[in-house]
Design a protein around this ligand. Structure first.
Ligand code: SF4
Length: 654
């Protein structure tokens, strides 16, 4: 097979022969060439590939042609499924290369037969958990027939089920080769399949858990890979911060106490001192829960009461005592494993209690599953760099939003690769003709109470001209709530369906939005990225405010403090580039294909009145900027009429 990428991706090439509706994109071939070079030189590469580049094929083709093994990591399950079920098999066929492909999930997705056995001995222990014993019966029936052990096959078992941690393993509670189920273990089987595969598809959570040797990971997946390609890589720094920190949850300690009791029961051992030590753990956790009750769901360490901190020290001692009692009982591999877990939980607790606030932020989160302590480091760059250097293979980070203009320094610094080779590939879309950027004049200050109504008023002429077909993207839930009210005031009887985030799960809302074809969706958060609506169903993307992260976020406050302490400027070094990248993501929802068209509305007046506004404008696609709604409305009407003159005329008449 040739490695001339213009030929492979060309109109007469193998892809064009097999893939329906294929068209040659020089940008795609250029990216493929750069990825091939990174693979050959085993070096890191950061690639921003604008929407429409076809970046999945641009990294998959050279990875496959290299004949080496590759791990592809994605940020979302949607892309993971698309790669595994569609893109990789399709390309393997087009290139005539039979490949072994594996989709590997974190441990917590696979049934652990040993823990299922334990859970079946736990009858009375599970009684307190609603319906768990009944569900356990169903799981046991499924366990006798499943081949993969992937709990996704049990569609009606929610991930929040209290049974989940009792039938899945972590790195800590897996007893490995001492396990009687080792030879038929689903986790080991999935891992063996991944190790034998040419292309393994994972997600960032699993990859980073593996790098950080955390619970969900396998710890030995990576050494065999020749290339590690991270798609949707803009999410990597945030995900890494979770995994390179420390966490401890009440749930882990409760599960340990329960597992230890079950191991004793299964072994037929009576050990009153151990039982007392395990009960002590439960009592201490209840005490801690009481001291937290009624407070905010997330609290900084400095806001914690002395009573909580004292109780935490007692719990650490109780875990140490339980570990000693378990070691003394010594009733086999199961109790030995519980002893190790008790020691590990005690030492993580000690590390969290003694963590330095100079290096990260500590806090407590309470929720339905109890409470959890978390230490998140300010900087993960050095750790990521160590991980990359420890594995001398090609590391490719790619996404549609990594750079500010052509400058990768913000992202490169966050992942600890300031010297990595970079490449910025422009979108092949014709933004000059496909889109307009509307900056409404005379918008009030974004903090003004009139802002929500002014935003809807600015969008109204476009919504009328487009007959709906819009995403109204808000930067906060408060803004979203006010926006819903403002839209009702402006359109008491709206001539288009109105949908609001939260009315149904995200995927259901998006399916309805596509089907309806003329809906207006008001949303925030997760709708800013990873949403792909092609065609005229989405012809307006309106952004209410520049997406600066909330200053109330304790992690952001701590990060800014970290930058300030080393003499930097948190606004220019962190907040501004983060907001610019977030805006690029939001704006990127509009044009998803060569014949898409539409208007982007950036309502925030700061884009024109503040000096930093230039950074946002420079990051927008090269579409003409307009400041009168009438020309935006005309642009939409003209395109809609061209697309479907009959339907548009009928809609206008109705
Ligand atoms: S080897 Fe580990 S994951 Fe597999 S069944 Fe045994 S304890 Fe569970």
């Amino acid at each position: 097979m040739t490695s001339d990428y213009r030929e492979i991706f060309g109109a007469e090439g193998p892809l064009a022969r097999v893939l329906p509706g294929y068209s040659f994109r020089p940008e795609q071939a250029a990216m493929a060439k750069a990825v091939a070079r990174a693979l050959a030189n085993r070096e890191p590469l950061l690639v921003e590939a604008g929407t429409g580049t076809g970046k999945t094929f641009a990294y998959l083709v050279p990875a496959m042609l290299s004949g080496r093994s590759a791990i592809i990591s994605t940020g979302t399950r949607t892309l993971q499924d698309q790669l595994f079920r569609r893109d990789v098999p399709m390309l393997a066929q087009a290139l005539g290369m039979p490949l072994k492909i594996a989709l590997l999930k974190g441990r917590s997705n696979y049934l652990c037969r040993h823990r299922l056995d334990l859970a079946s001995h736990q009858g009375s222990l599970l009684d307190g958990e609603r319906g768990a014993a009944r569900t356990l019966g169903r799981v046991m029936r499924w366990a006798s027939t499943t081949k993969s052990g992937d709990l996704a096959e049990l569609a009606d078992l929610p991930e929040q089920s209290p049974l989940w941690p009792s039938i899945t393993s972590t790195r800590d509670n897996c007893i490995g080769q001492e396990c009687r189920q080792f030879s038929r273990c689903h986790v080991m089987e999935a891992r063996r399949a991944a190790q034998a595969a040419d292309v393994v598809i994972v997600n960032h959570h699993l990859l980073l858990a593996d790098l950080a040797l955390k619970d969900e990971g396998f710890g030995d997946l990576l050494p065999g890979a020749d290339a590690i390609i991270l798609d949707e890589a803009h999410q990597v720094p945030e995900t890494a911060a979770q995994f390179f920190g420390k966490s401890w949850s009440a749930r882990q300690a409760e599960l340990l106490a329960r597992d230890a009791a079950a191991e004793l029961k299964a072994a037929g051992v009576q050990a009153p001192p151990l039982s007392a030590a395990l009960e002590d753990i439960g009592r201490r956790i209840d005490g801690l829960r009481r001291t937290l009750s009624g407070g905010a769901p997330r609290r900084d360490w400095t806001q914690l009461a002395d009573a909580f901190l004292d109780e935490l020290a007692d719990l650490e001692r109780a875990l140490g005592a339980a570990a000693a009692a378990l070691e003394e009982v010594g009733a086999g591999a199961g109790t030995a494993n519980c002893a190790r877990r008790a020691r590990a939980l005690a030492s993580t607790l000690a590390a969290l209690r003694g963590a330095s606030d100079e290096q990260g932020v500590r806090g407590v989160e309470t929720g339905a599953a109890g409470f959890a302590l978390q230490f998140t480091p300010f900087e993960i760059a050095a750790r990521l760099r160590e991980c990359v250097q420890a594995r001398p293979c090609a590391w490719v980070f790619t996404s549609a939003t990594l750079a500010i203009g052509a400058d990768f320094s913000h992202f490169a610094a966050r992942v600890g690769l300031p010297d990595a080779r970079t490449l910025c590939i422009d979108s092949p879309f014709d933004y000059r003709n496909q889109a307009r950027i509307f900056l409404p004049p005379s918008m009030p200050d974004p903090k003004s109470p009139a802002y929500g109504d002014a935003f809807i008023d600015a969008c109204a002429p476009l919504l009328e001209a487009g007959g709906g077909r819009a995403f109204l993207l808000y930067t906060s839930y408060r803004g979203l709530r006010e926006g819903v009210e403002a839209l009702r005031r402006r359109f008491p009887d709206p001539p288009f369906p109105v949908m609001v985030q939260g009315e149904a799960p995200r995927e259901v809302l998006l399916m309805r939005f596509r089907e309806l074809g003329n809906a207006v969706l008001l949303a925030t958060g997760s709708f800013w990225e990873g949403v792909d609506v092609k065609g005229e169903a989405l012809s307006i993307v309106a952004i209410d405010k520049l997406p600066f992260a909330s200053p109330d976020d304790p992690l952001l406050a701590a990060r800014l403090e970290g930058i300030r302490r080393r003499g930097g400027n948190g606004f220019t070094e962190y907040q501004l580039p983060q907001a610019v990248l977030a805006l690029k993501q939001g704006v990127g929802r509009l044009i998803r294909d060569f014949d898409d068209f539409g208007v982007i509305v950036i309502a925030d007046p700061r884009v024109a009145t503040k000096s930093y506004g230039r950074a946002f404008l420079a990051a927008l696609p090269p579409s003409p900027v307009i400041t009168d709604a009438a020309s935006g409305a005309r642009f939409l009407s003209e395109h809609l009429t061209k697309r479907d003159p009959v339907a548009t005329a009928a809609a206008g008449a109705g």
